[in-house]
Unconditional design. Sequence first.
Length: 633
Amino acid sequence: MTDAVYFGLLGPLEIRYAGRTVPLQAGRQRAVLALMLLQPGHEVTAQSFIKYLWDGEPPAGARNTVQAYVARLRRTLRESTGSDTAIRTGSTGYALAAADEAVDLTRFRSLASAAERHLARGQLAAASHQLRDALGLWRGSALQDVLCDLLQRDEAPALEEERLHVVERLCDIDLTRGGPGSPAAALSLLRPVIAERPLHERPWCQLIAALYRCGRRAEALSAYHDVARLLYAELGVEPGPDLRAVHRSVLDDVDVEWPPRRERATVCGAAPVHDAWSEPRQLPGGPPEVAGRDAEADRAVRRLTTPPAAGTVPIVVVTGAPGSGKTALAVRVARSLADRFPDGQLFLPLADPCGAPRSPGALLTDALYATGQTDGAQPPCPAAQSARLRARLAGRRVLLVLDDATDAEQVMPLLPGEPGCAVLVTARTELPALTAFHGAHRLVLDALSPQASLALLGQIIGAERIAAEPHAAAELAALCGHLPLALCVAAANLAGRRFTSVGSYAAELRTGDRLALLSLCGGGAVKGTFDRSYRALPAPAQRLFRLLGSTPLPEVTTKDAAVLAGLAEREAEEHLQRLTAAHLASEHAPGSVRLPGLLRLYAAERARAEEAPSDLNAARARLLRRQLVPLVG
């Protein structure tokens, strides 16, 4: 491919043309190219560039700066290749117009997919050839010289998991095919993987099998004892059934069966054979698109479909401020993935209609019933129900959508025990335990961009009304805090008033009781959504939230909050962390938070309703004295 442009990110970022490397400036220009290489042919929105390049703290004129980076990248490509068509400008951003074979990541994925098709037809030699070609495209760690914290945190590990999955598949083929040289080839691939992922059991299984087949039985036994000690020391667990099966074969000095046949222990309450599987098709209806959420939807799809680490289940947790469209995004993503999970899509509301968390027992009963478990065969307790659900999901491809989780303890009993399934969770608060113990990927929904807000309004009331009053529409979007729920409610109200101008309606919101006006006659109010998140807070955090809404300061530090609430600084910090975890406040700098527009109005309303005027005056006076002391000094 010497006469075409070739892009590589599976190692140091590179551009090659006519047999030579095209020099590329360091810094954010490389991050811009990397973002487009991750989605070749697809538009990367300006908002996504801004989010990745400045991690939530963009400078003034960030959009113009992005345009300048793209212009420099275009100029570099034009001067080096003579072509000005590699980067395409779209309606909302930019896309890399490159053939599939011109991007190493796309070529890698294409080869891996082709190998899976060969495997499905039993063509092991062809699959092995494709996978080796795919691994040959890697020149080091993906994105290794791209200085972008979000890319290194969100994308580089996912790409590495894709590589490790291909390594494992290739080793599976080598061990299954047998023959001279195959086990030794597997050994050369496995040792670096185990060094990188020492707690993943499947590579150890493969290593032990390969050592035995190379005639190195003592080393195979030693490797088993190494991993057994490591698992116990680090996790306090015994080796899993695959490792035990391989170890038993080596001990008995019989050829290791590959893939190993698991000796599944009989689980108390395991599903009887006669319980038929019923494919759940439970996804609710919803809008076909969620304006401004393309980047988030794409990231969720990649996380849920990227082959996970051995023995793990892909989990994505969608979180964000109340009204940010978490459920709408989850339903959109789940519907787009329905074909990839042919055994069903399970949708479980984890809260009742009043917002109270549902019990694990009730949720497990619903999940088992949805998969065909009859009422008369229900296990007697939640622990047995959880085991039954894992047994029923084993070996199947099911997508579980768990909506509106209160905490990780609600989610954990519902998690599948084996790969094949995937889990998409929406939550009002952070669920760190899912990340720490189950490798969940967190996806935070911020407010929409002004452009996306206008697009969402236009979907409901018509783009022509937006175009007729662009400034009024922009004000309406700002009054809604760029929150999808508020925008949808406002647009629905406006759609029913065909003879009311956008400007008149915006004026009503500006001068009236905005939270009361942002409601629908048939139910569905912004205030109700805020209520659910607010009521879930402990009382001290609720009080601090109210007091923050009563202060005129746009931002407060931890010390300000402590003075305002009359608390020790450590206590104030803990309550602020609860507010940010619930997305009722946002942290814009270490130790400094603010309440976004509509949430500030809501907090002030709660303060007027629940705080005595004298207490509010005293809190504001304490804060005023703190603000004045430095000036007097």
